[in-house]
Design a protein around this ligand. Structure first.
Ligand code: PEP
Ligand code: MN
Length: 285
């Protein structure tokens, strides 16, 4: 069925019937950004606060991470909060502080874009565009980031199946952007002890079915700081390509997600273990 220049199928997509991101049809994707590579050759560790709160908070965090050797800094400037009365992020000022910090310490950045109208602006300031869990099936946004030249980190919707998640990635790819990082961040189940149920099997299944790098976010995936380390290690042991972890100079004072954020000393310990696990599992493959 041809409409203008696009070819469509006559019925809805069949399960796992995606082409551009399928494992069978493509070699594993390596995303090169400056001097880092996200994919099979390198372990990717992304860390930073849930939100950019001010200049010194993100500067201090970037300094700490760069000293450790972490290359990718995260921090939200546009925050998808459940309540409109919660901190919504600093907007463009947050993007500026994040860029200043990552440039100063020679890092790369990832930050969320929530609105199609902001894609160009966010792409101007950041190295990787994050599509958040709540927007995983915002098809207009998927198409817009698909037109961007920036790599996209696509989080799994908290109520999405594997198939829906991978088709969301196919949307981005179908607009010409094949630099997609999949990020498992937990799904909603009947369990309420954890904020979400981290689906490591789903992350591995995403790796088995696509050519894309897959990382895991154990911070949102559990909502509990004491579970961040074991879930990060499990993700790396399972062959995922990396992790994204929330940290904060003073988690108790964080404007967003302090309860799941590690302080610097806690993160340093986790980071060393993640690297050991990566070296151990890589040498065992
Ligand atoms: C985030 O990483 O900042 C975030 C809001 O996560 P999620 O979209 O997975 O809830
Ligand atoms: Mn958060």
């Amino acid at each position: 069925l041809k409409i203008l220049s696009k070819t469509y199928k006559q019925s809805g997509g069949n399960p796992m019937d995606f082409g551009l991101i399928s494992k069978k049809k493509n070699n594993p994707t390596t995303i090169k950004i400056g001097n880092i590579s996200i994919g099979p050759e390198e372990l990717t560790v992304i860390a930073g606060p849930c939100s950019v709160e001010n200049n010194s908070q993100i500067d201090e965090t970037a300094y700490f991470l760069s000293q450790l050797g972490v290359k990718v800094l995260r921090g939200g400037a546009y925050k998808p909060r459940t309540s409109p009365y919660d901190f919504q992020g600093l907007g463009e000022d947050g993007l500026k502080y994040l860029k200043e910090a990552k440039d100063k310490f020679e890092m790369y950045s990832v930050t969320e874009v929530m609105d199609t109208r902001d894609v160009e602006k966010v792409a101007f300031y950041a190295d990787i565009l994050q599509v958040g869990s709540r927007n995983m099936q915002n098809f207009a946004l998927l198409k817009e980031v698909g037109k961007s030249k920036r790599p996209v980190l696509l989080k799994r919707g908290f109520a999405s199946t594997l198939n829906e998640w991978l088709y969301a990635a196919e949307y981005i790819a179908s607009e010409g952007n094949l630099n997609i990082i999949l990020c498992e961040r937990g799904i909603r189940t009947y369990e309420s002890y954890t904020r979400n149920t981290l689906d490591i099997a789903g992350a591995v299944a995403a790796k088995l079915n696509t050519c894309l790098p897959v990382i895991v976010d154990p911070s949102h995936g559990t909502g509990r700081k004491e579970l961040v380390e074991p879930m990060a290690l499990a993700s790396i042991a399972s062959g995922c390509n990396g992790v994204m972890i929330e940290i904060h100079p003073k988690p108790d004072t964080a404007l967003c997600d302090g309860h799941q954020s590690l302080n610097f000393a806690e993160f340093e310990k986790v980071y060393r273990r993640i690297k050991d696990m990566y070296n151990f599992s890589a040498s065992n493959i």
